[in-house]
Design a binder for this molecule. Structure first.
Ligand code: NAD
Length: 436
């Protein structure tokens, strides 16, 4: 009989997790498929590949709060630390009714890849609460945030895991998180979250950093493709922090924003939407729906709008194989995390459409979060030009390395980004060894 404790015992690889029952379009399955594509390129390091397919730690918390009407409601919250081999966990917190453990696991895993692909000294983490925040009053939102922070307080900290904003969370929510954590430990700990307001240790340039990163990596991709930004037609899904900033910067550089879609509607204008007017409309009405500076079209028609560049900057799983067949874009810039399903990746590659993957395209946010964390520790703050200059340099270098890897191995930019990142993560894993 084989000794079950022997390293040579005959064991099938165990990749499934007993607590998950993923649907076919699950972001976690998308992530696993991306990892499977990279393993053949990792040589001997592939023996550690299973590390990438499991979150190191996943915390599910009950978040009860007293509502303004005196009732008590319970919300489900999560914090997942996917990998901590290269440093503390780092990743945002999402408030959305569709948040699930599986989604947070995938988002945490993409943070591991992103931080390693860019060379930031972090592991990957992510958090979220299943909630529709627009239904809560400001006071309820504050109570929810403070209780959630207390519940996950056992695993976060400036040297353990550093949350940041994501969908439907912002600088105010980071301020409440920082204050709650600080009150609980009895000392002001500015470095426990990033994306804070400037007077509380936030960094200049952080708010626009993700959209700026989309613009910087996108412009470099266009330059390498021999295309000029001026006059290019751009379609953007999502007009929040990421999509809104990317629209503003591309429009300033002379591109035409021909279509914008968000959760309230889709507007198109062949001659280019007035981005500043659209931003004012969104601020006043909560979405692009009803904007009279363009024509409203059906949600599915967005994917067939004539454009040169497509920027998904909303949620994951948006570019399906069918939508990938429809697009006229030559370049896809992934502002969102995980917006392209693996089958769609294949369609885009076969049609010769280049994809700058999320793990580099939207890495501007976490890069400036890293700057914020460094500034908080040193209590020395940089001016915005300094922040932007360092950001452009880090993203430019990371993209160049990924591009070279893609050329050398004849693989997509996504698989190349995963090769660069997984090598770094698994090398750290190997050098640290297994304890005990
Ligand atoms: P946000 O809350 O500011 O904006 C989200 C946008 O998506 C809104 O315009 C919303 O209307 C739109 N949207 C939501 N559901 C939609 C739907 N079903 N169809 C079409 N549009 C929909 O969020 P954000 O910070 O801009 O984040 C957007 C994406 O970028 C997310 O995938 C997030 O994980 C990713 N991201 C954000 C950052 C950051 O620093 N904020 C960093 C890296 C990646």
């Amino acid at each position: 009989m084989a000794n079950p404790f022997s390293a040579t015992a005959d064991r099938a690889p165990v990749c499934s997790l007993s607590y998950l029952h993923p649907q076919p379009d699950s972001p976690w399955l998308t992530y696993l498929a991306q990892v499977d594509r990279v393993l053949p390129h990792l040589g001997p390091l592939a023996r550690w590949g299973e590390t990438l397919k499991r979150p190191k730690r996943a915390l599910i918390v009950d978040v009860p709060i007293e509502m303004d009407d005196g009732s008590v409601q319970h919300f489900e919250g999560y914090r997942v630390q996917h990998n901590l081999s290269r440093g503390p966990g780092k990743g945002g917190v999402r408030y959305h009714p569709g948040v699930t453990l599986e989604e947070v696991m995938a988002l945490a895993a993409w943070m591991t890849i992103k931080n390693a692909a860019v060379g930031l000294p972090y592991g990957g983490a992510k958090g979220g609460i299943r909630v529709e925040p627009s239904r809560l009053s400001r006071k309820e939102l504050e109570r929810l945030t403070r209780r959630y922070t207390s519940e996950i307080g056992i695993i976060i900290g400036p040297q353990q895991d550093i949350p940041a904003p994501d969908v439907n969370t912002n600088a105010q929510i980071m301020a409440w998180m920082m204050d709650t954590y600080s009150m609980n430990i009895g000392a002001t700990a500015t470095g426990v979250v990033t994306g804070k307001p400037i007077p509380l240790g936030g960094s200049l340039g952080r708010v626009k950093a993700t959209g700026r990163g989309v613009f910087v990596t996108g412009s470099e991709a266009l330059r390498r493709m021999g295309l000029d930004v001026k006059g290019l037609r751009i379609a953007i899904q999502g007009f929040g922090n990421v999509g809104g900033t990317a629209a503003e910067l591309f429009a300033q550089a002379g591109a035409r924003i021909v279509a914008v879609q968000d959760h309230t509607g889709t507007v198109v204008h062949e001659g280019g939407l007035d981005v500043a007017a659209l931003a004012r409309h969104v601020a006043a009405h909560g979405g692009v729906g009803g904007f009279d500076g363009g024509q409203a079209i059906g949600a599915e028609d967005f994917w067939a709008v004539g454009c040169d560049v497509l920027i998904p900057a909303a949620l994951e799983g948006q570019i399906t194989a069918e939508r990938a067949e429809k697009t006229t874009a030559r370049l896809v810039l992934e502002g969102a995390n995980g917006p392209t399903l693996p089958a769609a990746d294949d369609v885009l590659a076969s049609r010769g459409i280049l994809v700058v993957p999320d793990v580099i395209c939207n890495a501007g946010g976490v890069t400036v979060s890293y700057f914020e964390w460094v500034q908080d520790f040193s209590s020395f703050f940089w001016d915005e030009d300094d922040v932007n200059m360092r950001l452009d340099k880090i993203l430019g270098n990371a993209l160049a390395r990924i591009w070279d890897t893609a050329d050398r191995l004849h693989i997509t930019l996504r698989t190349a980004a995963f090769v660069v990142a997984c090598e770094r993560v698994l090398q750290a894993r190997e050098e640290r060894g297994l304890y005990p």
